[in-house]
Design a protein around this ligand. Structure first.
Ligand code: DC
Length: 229
């Protein structure tokens, strides 16, 4: 009997590796739900900042999550994040929000609080989840796990183009050093560090465009699904 149960695809990797765009494309092709877990950490950080909390104060940041009011609505291209009923799409994409998210993502209480919320995104007919610990912690049972890499240089360039495309200002040297600093923090933290799951397929996207990475991932998924069926 072919296995038609809903399943999960995880895509982990450092910031700017292209995992977000890849996740959107794969979810679209399969008609699956999408979880951008980084957006949840960004929203949690924004919420703490809006409450005037110093992000270095772990217990206050963790306590602020008790009143976290977030939701996502389906937009034309991407899902729209709301914090306290306000559309914060632009705000959470700022480098400063990514940095703030990375700071609070080190706290065990924060990760624990956000775990169930993220797991709730898994619904019929399936889920594509992107982040840092999707395959290692949040969805260890995922049927397919991918880990996307790209050089710091390429990631800084991609982020630069993305920010300029959004009409925002950007400085390539600053982006490069911010990306390296965030990598260090995400990889070296005690709680759920950024590492590939032992059963993840590692893809270096430095010399590939989005379409090529999507093709690679889809051909792997289709091949395994055909073999199983
Ligand atoms: O993917 P992103 O750039 O939106 O993530 C922002 C930060 O949030 C990232 O630097 C670390 C944290 N994060 C995390 O710790 N675990 C996740 N699953 C996703 C993001």
């Amino acid at each position: 009997m072919p296995d038609k149960r809903p399943y999960i695809i995880t895509i982990d990797g450092p910031g700017g590796s292209g995992k977000g765009s890849l996740a959107v494309q794969v979810a679209r092709k399969l008609n699956f739900h999408l979880l951008d877990s980084g957006a949840i950490y960004r929203l949690a950080a924004l919420n703490a900042m809006q409450n005037g909390i110093d992000l270095k104060q772990e217990s206050k940041v963790t306590a602020s999550l008790e009143k976290l009011d977030i939701r996502f609505e389906i937009g034309d291209e991407l899902s729209i994040p709301y914090l306290n009923d306000v559309d914060v799409s632009e705000q959470i994409r700022l480098e400063s929000s990514g940095e703030a998210a990375s700071v609070i993502a080190r706290y065990a209480g924060v990760r624990k609080h956000l775990l169930g919320l993220q797991q709730g995104f898994f619904q019929d007919p399936g889920l594509v989840a992107d982040g840092r610990d999707m395959g290692t912690v949040v969805f260890q049972q995922a049927k397919f796990k991918f880990f996307l890499l790209a050089s710091v240089e390429i990631r800084a360039l991609r982020r630069y183009k993305q920010l300029i495309g959004m009409g925002l200002s950007a400085n390539i040297d600053r982006l490069r050093s911010d990306i390296s600093a965030r990598d260090e923090r995400d990889k070296n933290r005690a709680e759920s560090p950024l590492i590939p799951a032992v059963d993840a397929i590692i893809i270096d996207s430095s010399l590939l465009d989005l379409e090529q990475v999507v093709d690679l991932v889809m051909s792997h998924i289709n091949e395994v699904n055909e073999l199983v069926e």
